[in-house]
Design a protein around this ligand. Sequence first.
Ligand code: 475
Length: 839
Amino acid sequence: MTQPLIPIDQCPIQIEDDRTGTNVETLKRAFADNLFYLQGKYESLATQDDFYMALAYTLRDRLLSRWLKTTKTYMEKDVKVVYYLSAEFLMGRHMGNSLINLHLYDRVRQAVEESGLDLDEILEHEPDPGLGNGGLGRLAACFVDSLATLEIPAVGYGIRYEFGIFTQAIRDGWQAEVPDKWLRFGNPWEIAHPDQAVEVKLGGHTEMYHNEKGEYKVRWIPANRVVGIPYDTPVPGYDTNTVNPLRLWRAEASDDFNFDAFNAGNYDGAVAEKMRSETISKVLYPNDNTPQGKQLRLEQQFFFVSCSLQDIIRTHLLRHPSLHNLHDTAAIQLNDTHPAVAIAEMMRLLMDEHEMDWNTAWRVTQKTFSYTNHTLLPEALEKWSVGLFEYLLPRHLEIIYEINRRFLEDVKRWYPGDDNLISRLSLIDESGEKYVRMANLACVGSHAVNGVAALHTQLLKQDTLRDFYRLWPGKFINKTNGVTPRRWILMCNPKLAELYNSKIGEGWLKDLSQLKQLEKYVDDPDFCQQWREIKLHNKRQLAQYIWEHNGIEVDPHSMFDIQVKRIHEYKRQHLNLLHIIALYNQIKQNPDQHIVPCTFIFGGKAAPGYFMAKLIIKLTNSVADVINHDPDVRGRLKIVFLNNFNVSLGQRIYPAADLSEQVSTAGKEASGTGNMKFAMNGAMTIGTLDGANIEIREEAGEENFFLFGLTAQEVADTKAKGYNPRDYYSSNPSLKAVIDRIAAGYFSHGDKELFKPLVDSLMYHDQYMLFADYQAYVDCHKQVSKTYSDQDKWTRMSILNALRMAKFSSDRTIREYCNEIWNVQPVPIEMEEYSQENA
Ligand code: 475
């Protein structure tokens, strides 16, 4: 009667239609169609949001055939997949990225313009999805970009926070936090898959029982259950057909749970319980480099871990009869300890739900997991009170105790009689109230542990994880961070990309080492001139933004000296301020002396509960107020605090920088990644020998880097000898004058109390040794000014910095993870031929 049904993936729709076509006419038609049918608007009544949504759907449609084909290929070929577990993914806006990775920028621009609209305005309408705090979350985003670009089968697993990192407002110089309602108008990039929802248990108790084979087994009787709904966002590779998923989980109350309560007539209670379950994915904790010991945070961690592991196991069992070979199909990376409870959850799933014995389960677990550490700050090591753990995850605590018992048994055999060693290695901190040490759990349960820059890994081995290194030296491995050149050069600095393309084509975007070929132009006056013009163009654009947002006029010819990153004492934004005040003091002493005009730009959020960081923001704005308005300064110094630093603001800032401030106390910044973005865009770095600065300097050449300050070793030695900041204060008149000016209330309308906590903390503790590095920093800045005055020399150094940053492409980093930790290979995705129209 009828023809046989054509399998959906062989339907002609795959070839070319209004949802896949990419010529300008088709794009215009698709855009208009989406505006009408998805937004329900006539063009005459549509808002910028409607246009943005319609265009976003137009692009998502064009990702879908590749996306589905990618998933299908992975299933058919039964490939090994990287699962990147991270509590944060700071993706940045999707639209520009999709345009670039689909090679559709020019055609979409034309289609939009011919529809009478402005593409840049539409791009600005996308909310910046802030599902991360800073470095760690942005690294995860660069990694998924590189994984897709390198055609590696990968899934990013995380939490679909309803509220991302707060929007930072500045009121009277202070930070104020405003909730980030990024989903207000809907999210056109994601697709929900309620059919793949999973259940997560919480609380309750455990009990023993006999299974059919007569073996003792444990089961967990939870007090509560929540459901995780997956939302998938496509992550397209650059210049490949690969589109991997970012799968984020949203928490929902489970129906049967509520059903009982409804039946019992407890309507209010049921509703309250439902709301409680759903708060799990409500909001991102806004702490960077410090853990928050709240129950809800542990619930978040366990929630996304349990959802993700169940999903991984389900995927594996679609193709394999048992889980004995899970490590052959799955490499699971723990992005810091936030998902470290996965070690215990995997053991529970394998043993309690899939009948595996302990030894086999442990072998599979260790072979599957690996762990990245992101911070050396001792207070940042996550630990959970045993009481809370037992209350929320009783079965996991039992498993952790058993892992610990077996582990310490081994240690006792290897190092008999060393009780201190035992108590340092133990997964349980028993020095006072008992805590589960998450880093210890992650180390024991993984086959590889890595730091994120050479110095950081060395310090992990020497200090933070010294005892584990002694047990398993082979587990420790360095993986210096990187950033994606697609977003951090091509997308944010199109003029620079155009210059590169005009000389060497586009190959550098997938092989950044090709930029070295351009070194031959470093003495070519034309090239240098173009280089300066691009920088000036980018600075003008930022100056315009500053004018519109801060009402401050800045001179694009002044040196743009920039520090943008989270506000933290160890990052020493206040050292930067001390230098600025020193320059100001010089001007006040002698208003006519020559100084190089300079615009100091700051940006960054403080954790809402971090008083000192908030005070540093207030001080920055207070100093700016005084200096920007002092007629003696004659506009030679300008200070700007840009509020709400985020990924999209970063895209404006990095390309406009002359000088990048990377001034953390040596030994404190694990790597830094902003330092890489600045250098790639031709900024010079002034920095300490900390984190990846060391490797940036190695690559750029030491003559192309402004180095100052104590080394990590000297910091440790100085501390050990008994550091007294007041010695520096009394013996250095310049430093004394700076501190005295702040303490006297000069920047606070005579109020001597306002900045007292900051002054006292420096005078009496100075944990991060600003005073010890002060003079070296000021001297180094003199070198900077002198060099900047010689524009030819500066340009040369700037060019060499940008061209020598190949090492810091996240493609290099990911290749190393693939080969040395995950053991995974690229899997190219082949698409059916498209019609000629696309060629
Ligand atoms: C380092 N975040 C950078 C970057 O490796 C490094 C911690 C606890 C709770 C919430 N967030 C955090 C971090 O620890 C973090 O972002 N660390 C950063 O990771 C990527 O480049 O030096 O500070």
